[in-house]
Design a protein around this ligand. Structure first.
Ligand SMILES: NC(=O)c1ccc[n+]([C@@H]2O[C@H](COP(=O)([O-])OP(=O)(O)OC[C@H]3O[C@@H](n4cnc5c(N)ncnc54)[C@H](OP(=O)(O)O)[C@@H]3O)[C@@H](O)[C@H]2O)c1
Length: 237
């Protein structure tokens, strides 16, 4: 059976590349793209739906896909590190409550509420693979530098939601798989202000998505609840 795939954050560098990759895949029937600005990408396989994590009313727009028979994958490639109004904090004394809430709204609350809204579709599907874009900096055991308090801790919280979701979905159908995936450092709007400090490889979105689709293809229900990097290595919590 051909696949129906949902991609959140399709306007972003990584989400946009996943959209291209799956749209060109002959095994894929339909790609549902979720973003704040509807964009049909001029392709007959794509159905574009407006979603804004800052406005929960927009989740009702997902009713448009309630008639789908099943879905095979959900890729959640949304996230913020900085906006015009906020920057990642270097020290605890620069934490601002409102900014921190905005980061958690987009990086944790939005993604998990999105999956909650998709539950009826997940329940009627078998072996759905759900991949949340996380970040290595969300690993508590890997944290040696500190800083980026809101972003880092939002990704740690997201990783906990991934684990919780994996436990619940296993009870529904043991073939469902939920993972977090770290894309590497990738050229994008999110990473752009920080790239000049990076000493390791910086991937193009195409390279990173090429690596990540391989990981997503290879994971099984035994991997559910874990976080991986782009090369398929487990990132310890
Ligand atoms: N790039 C990297 O080096 C890197 C490294 C580690 C992890 N990641 C993770 O990878 C994911 C994708 O990042 P990216 O590099 O592709 O960044 P990006 O190009 O800035 O894309 C971010 C996406 O998030 C969406 N978004 C932001 N605020 C939203 C909101 N309120 N409601 C719904 N969607 C919203 C954006 O939509 P709009 O276009 O509407 O703003 C955009 O589609 C993120 O989770 C990020 O944390 C990236």
């Amino acid at each position: 059976m051909k696949e129906n795939i949902i991609i959140a954050g399709s306007s972003g560098a990584i989400g946009g590349e996943f959209t291209k990759k799956y749209t060109n895949d002959l095994n894929v029937e339909k790609v549902v793209t979720l973003s704040r600005n509807v964009n049909n990408h001029n392709h007959k396989k794509i159905q574009s739906i407006k979603i804004d994590y800052n406005n929960e009313e927009t989740f009702k727009n997902l009713d448009e896909i309630s008639q789908l028979d099943s879905i095979s994958k959900v890729i959640i490639a949304t996230g913020i590190l900085h906006t015009d109004e906020l920057k990642p904090e270097k020290s605890i004394d620069s934490i601002d409550g409102e900014s921190m809430k905005k980061v958690f709204q987009v990086n944790v609350f939005g993604p998990i509420l999105l999956v909650k809204t998709l539950l009826p579709l997940i329940k009627k599907s078998k072996g759905v693979k759900i991949a949340f874009l996380t970040a290595r900096v969300g690993s508590i055991s890997d944290n040696e530098l500190g800083g980026w308090h809101s972003y880092r801790s939002s990704k740690s919280a997201l990783n906990m939601m991934i684990k919780n979701l994996s436990i619940e979905l296993k009870r529904l159908n043991k073939e469902h798989v939920v993972i977090g995936i770290h894309p590497g450092t990738v050229k994008s709007h999110l990473s752009e202000p920080f790239l000049r400090h990076v000493k390791h490889d910086v991937f193009s979105p195409k390279e990173s998505v090429g690596f990540m689709t391989k990981v997503i293809n290879e994971i099984t229900h035994m991997d559910s609840g874990k976080c991986f990097d782009f090369s398929g290595k487990v990132i310890e919590p």
